[in-house]
Design a protein around this ligand. Structure first.
Ligand code: NAD
Length: 486
């Protein structure tokens, strides 16, 4: 089995202890990685601080060239990288390739920012004075990522981080370190100087928490669970912190909806990526007028889903690891205890005797206050909630503490527009599933899904830059704002 190292200041660094990354479809080990320590994080911060001095002064269009070259390499190697995503994370190959494509898209988009990074100019209240804002880098940033988009999420952070002139200490999830290593290697191959991005692998509790707490880190971009997100805000001290956390996303299906279209959206939203997307639809809120019919359609469609290794013919891959399969099953038991009706699935599964698979599962007769309707399960478990009206459906949608993605299927423009206004979420889709973000639009959530940060699009630049306000007074005398004009 191949053994890999961390990358600190461009050098390959090992550690005393190691951990193994597994293929969740067949439980076979893929690679051995060093279990980094807090000292490795400190060394990475030192390297980043040094690299930052020069990197922050490289003109942004030149920084952008590196992103463009990295995008070209990703494009050339898309097939093998997509297979790696499937092998290490478990999502089916079409989605593994999609993960790489998303990385290509964000690298290309953020390369364009190299020639924008807009500030604004404005008037001054005093004569012969120019007022404007410019973007400045934050400094050394800590990037902490989950495993469910093992190439795309690192790319969502690395691309704006680099183009804005920051240096970084990057800690990926321990389930998908090889995908993370590959993306850093590609940046090196594209010409990124040593020390600008340093990869430290290892546990969240030691490597991650050192990144969070260390005062050398000026900004943190974290994507992961709400609980760890809470740890980050409580322990980061005074730093710029961007949080992208969990979701309990819902799809409303109204009685006037195109039910075929809605069915495709619900199946894709709930069972795509085995329900392991922050934007997965884990609740479908169905109008009473079509509830029975839609439930029948769902069950028919779910029966056709093929569980299996994502590199073979499969629609639904495995969960990420054994603990995830146990967690999902625990929630299924909770749902049954709470009195929801298990209409389909409800069991772990093996394919060829192996893998952390779970049958696509549907609960009906779900009440909004049940735990299965409130908590993020992060697996292929869909809760059907009945709603008597649009208002009732929107209340059900908003009854959770999360607010990431949402959707409504209806042919009525008024229902659609009321939902767009009233749903509390960072993303609202009309007649489309809860998933499918495009990189040039902002991505992020409200309520306990985050702290207001957005990734992607122009707003994605805010997380990785500071706004500096500049006044240039060419009057040749002391001018006092508010006093000379008062
Ligand atoms: P997680 O919170 O367990 O881990 C995320 C990262 O944090 C990992 O790298 C982990 O090692 C690290 N970590 C763990 N403990 C830490 C600590 N004490 N200090 C610092 N870092 C620590 O999440 P996960 O299981 O990897 O990912 C699934 C979660 O991520 C879900 O809740 C999902 O909704 C969320 N997610 C959110 C988005 C979004 O954009 N909103 C996108 C993808 C995933």
């Amino acid at each position: 089995m191949a053994s890999f190292k961390m990358i600190i200041n461009g050098k390959r660094i090992g550690a005393k202890e190691s951990f193994v990354s597994l293929n969740p479809a067949n439980e076979k080990p893929i690679a051995i990685f060093p279990k980094g320590t807090a000292d490795d994080v400190k060394a990475a911060i030192g390297a980043a601080e040094e690299a930052y001095e020069k990197w922050s002064r490289v003109p942004p269009p030149a920084r952008a060239q590196i992103l463009l070259r990295a995008a070209q390499i990703l494009r050339r190697e898309k097939q093998s990288l997509g297979r790696l995503v499937t092998m290490e994370m478990g999502k089916v190959l079409a989605e593994g390739l999609g993960d790489v494509q998303e990385a290509i898209d964000i690298f290309e988009y953020m390369a364009g920012e190299g020639r924008r990074l807009f500030g604004h100019t404005t008037t001054s209240e005093l004569p012969d004075k120019l007022a404007m804002t410019v973007r400045a880098p934050v400094g050394v940033m800590g990037l902490i990522t989950p495993w469910n988009f093992p190439m795309a999420i690192p790319a969502w952070k690395l691309a704006p981080c680099i183009v804005c002139g920051n240096a970084a200490v990057f800690k990926p999830a321990s389930d998908t370190p090889l995908c993370a290593l590959r993306i850093v290697e590609i940046l090196e191959r594209a010409g990124l100087p040593p020390g600008v991005v340093n990869l430290v692998t290892g546990p969240g509790g030691s490597v991650g928490s050192e990144i969070v707490k260390n005062k050398g880190i000026r900004g943190i971009s974290f994507t992961g669970s709400r609980d760890v997100g809470e740890f980050v805000v409580k322990n980061a001290g005074i730093k710029k912190v961007g949080l992208e956390l969990g979701g309990k996303n819902g799809i409303i299906v109204m009685d006037d909806a195109d039910l075929r279209l809605a069915l495709d959206g619900v199946i894709w939203g709930a069972f795509g990526t085995t329900g392991q997307r922050c934007t997965a639809a884990s609740r479908v809120i169905v109008h009473s007028g079509v509830k029975e019919k839609f439930e029948r359609m769902l069950l028919e469609s779910m029966a056709k889903l093929r569980l299996g290794d994502g590199l073979k013919k499969a629609d639904v891959g495995p969960l990420i690891n054994k603990a995830a399969a146990e967690k999902v099953h625990g929630y299924v038991e909770v749902g049954m205890e709470e009195g929801a009706r298990l209409a389909s699935g409800g069991h772990p599964a093996k394919v060829n005797g192996k893998g952390f698979f779970y049958q696509p599962t549907l609960f009906t007769d779900v009440a909004t206050d049940m735990r299965i309707a409130q908590e993020e399960i992060f697996g292929p478990v869909l809760c059907l909630i009945e709603a008597a009206s649009l208002d009732h459906a929107i209340d059900a949608m908003n009854s959770v503490t999360y607010g990431l993605s949402s959707s409504i299927y209806t042919k009525d423009i008024r229902s659609a527009m009321v939902a767009v206004r009233a749903i509390e979420a960072g993303l609202v889709y009309v007649n489309s599933s809860t998933i499918g973000s495009e990189v040039h639009l902002p991505f992020g959530g409200v309520k306990q899904t985050g702290n207001g940060a957005r990734e992607g699009g122009i707003e994605g630049i805010n997380e990785f830059s500071e706004t500096k306000t500049v006044y240039i007074d060419y009057s040749g005398k002391l001018q006092k704002a508010q006093i000379d004009t008062g």
